[in-house]
Design a protein around this ligand. Sequence first.
Ligand code: G16
Length: 544
Amino acid sequence: MNVKTVSTEPFDDQKPGTSGLRKQVPTFQKPNYLENFVQSIFDSLEGYQGETFVLGGDGRYYNRPAIQTILKMAAANGVGKMLVGRGGILSTPAASCVIRKNQAFGGIILSASHNPGGPEGDFGIKYNVTNGGPAPEKVTEAIFARTKAIDTYKILEADDIDLDQLGSQQLGAMKVEVIDSVADYAELMESLFDFDRIKELLTSGNFRMCMDSLHAVTGPYAKEIFENRLGAPAGTVQNGTPLEDFGGGHPDPNLVYAHDLVEVMYGDDAPDFGAASDGDGDRNMILGRQFFVTPSDSLAVLAANAKLVPGYSKGLAGVARSMPTSAAADRVAAKLGIDCYETPTGWKFFGNLLDAGKATLCGEESFGTGSDHVREKDGLWAVFFWLNILAVRQQSVEDIVAEHWQTYGRNYYSRHDYEGVDSNNANTLMEKLRSALPEMKGKKYGSYEVEYADDFSYTDPIDGSVSKKQGVRIGFTDGSRIVFRLSGTGTQGATLRVYLESYEADSSKHGLDPQDALSELINLADEIAQIRNYTGMEKPTVIT
Ligand code: G16
């Protein structure tokens, strides 16, 4: 076995963001760029030699060469066995499932999630720990520290592995097993949901659904489960073949980027149910006929109906949501008499709560929902959850949500994104806001009075770790609020996210367009943060 030790120099931009290291493909193609980061992962782990790891990605451009490099580096660094998805592909939730099922030491996932792909698109890499979830901050910080000091990496000189051949192969002293991850994932879904009932619904002739995989990783999973196992007609899954550049699209399941699905669901003779997932399969968007379910509401509806689903019929230990997600789930938790946790943005913050059995369901406004079945958010899981509820309740998506609002009130909610903002301007906007916070309490803006204004800080209730500066919150006396934060997943300039929320108990006022219901708060956000001034934009680039 020929292990080569290669000299290298640190890069100064390898700090993992909200979810791993994301950069444009040409950055990852720089000599040693990927290798430095991978070696930094191994260097910051202890006791992994001889252990099993999991490796796979969302199939975007550069996935295959990166997988080959990582395999050779893993072999050179003493990994015992590597489980790799066929073709180098694993959805993020499937990777989490495989790590857990095999009690692997950890996993390396190659994904830039919902960001566009292709030679000029984005690429990403993240490390997941043994519980199947994204590495917590203390691990990502150790990896980052190592990237700043690295001077060599190890790689095996060997031929490439055949990634399309299921079964075992040898790479130096490391065993490589190419696996069919669809099977493991489908089995897990079948253990949680009432597949018989869902099958009945999908084959009844009275119900039609459309699943849009946006040319990304969930295509094979969705085709196998919806069409082959659950009997949905061929063609139920659209854009179901994963492409390296996602067909030139933006694999982000929202009303702007999932336009094919939106056209179908808002067209004449629309199906009863529509869903989309993202590049690596962990996000979801849920639509009824001409009806959009916000991710915050989706979490609340799943929590309120969890007892209808076999895997959750015993009830929930608790729910958790990221801070900018609306408080709709809090109202359900209060009624159920269970705890509701508020964490910073980033799925990694749910890991400890799930491991400790404090939360069963988690969700984020950024189209992420999941549970303790894995340690990642899970796009298709959310679709099955909805289908299971629809199969039991035999009502439309819109009726279920409208009834939910009648019971709990409606949290009007919207997120306004300003993408590609000059980073200095974005940072100045945030700093100005932060410095104004101490003076804000009690201030009046039109009919609104500020009740609190702070920069969200989170103390993990399990390990006591503290994460500061997680978003500026301005809450008003009527329960509405505005949150400002900069995205940690973009690769060009900065993205300012403005989250707007107000609460309406009166069901006669539940039928408004959220942009109208929130219009005063939207103007206020601009007045307080000088958004147009600092971004140079008259309006957001994306509204969800
Ligand atoms: C990641 C994280 C999510 C987060 C989202 C948006 O999702 O896992 O927890 O909500 O990014 O983060 P930001 O607002 O910082 O851009 P994904 O689907 O991109 O892996």
